[in-house]
Design a protein around this ligand. Structure first.
Ligand SMILES: [Zn+2]
Length: 148
């Protein structure tokens, strides 16, 4: 089974499971798949936007209740302080190599530089290359601190 992103003629996006990619075309053309939002059977495969994670939790609009709103605010504050704590721990215990991160991570991996924990910046592309080479990297869920 494969999960596909579909879109109807009114641009509602939704997901549906299919046996294989051939089944998607067959079933959508036959009008077998209906949009869960408007019921339209004019459905096609949605184009995947590059660099956007295929699956991820998204949120939109205000919470349904005032209580929900207060809970959300609290949870967001908790998350922010947890993220700050994570960043502080890393800054305290790891060496900042900035833009040289991919280069340094490689050197350490191939033992051309002393083994140590580092952090810094890398593009998604660079991170993927490192992972492909078997180098352990972790993305930090932390916004970059403003340097100004
Ligand atoms: Zn629709």
């Amino acid at each position: 089974m494969i999960l596909f992103d579909l879109i109807c003629d009114r641009e509602h996006q939704f997901e549906s499971w299919f046996k294989n990619s051939n089944a998607v075309g067959k079933l959508t053309k036959a009008g077998q798949i209906a949009c869960p939002v408007c019921g339209s059977t004019k459905v096609s495969k949605a184009l995947q936007a590059p660099n956007i994670p295929r699956k991820g939790a998204l949120r939109s609009g205000p919470p349904a209740t005032a209580k929900g709103n207060a809970e959300l605010t609290k949870a967001m504050e908790k998350m922010t302080s947890a993220m700050n704590e994570l960043r502080q721990t890393i800054e305290k215990n790891f060496e900042n190599v900035g833009d040289k991160f991919p280069e340094e991570a490689r050197k350490i991996h191939y033992r051309e530089a002393p083994e140590r924990g580092i952090y810094g910046d890398a593009t998604a592309e660079q991170a993927k290359e490192l992972i492909d080479e078997g180098i352990e990297v972790y993305a930090l869920p932390v916004p970059k601190r403003k340097t100004s």
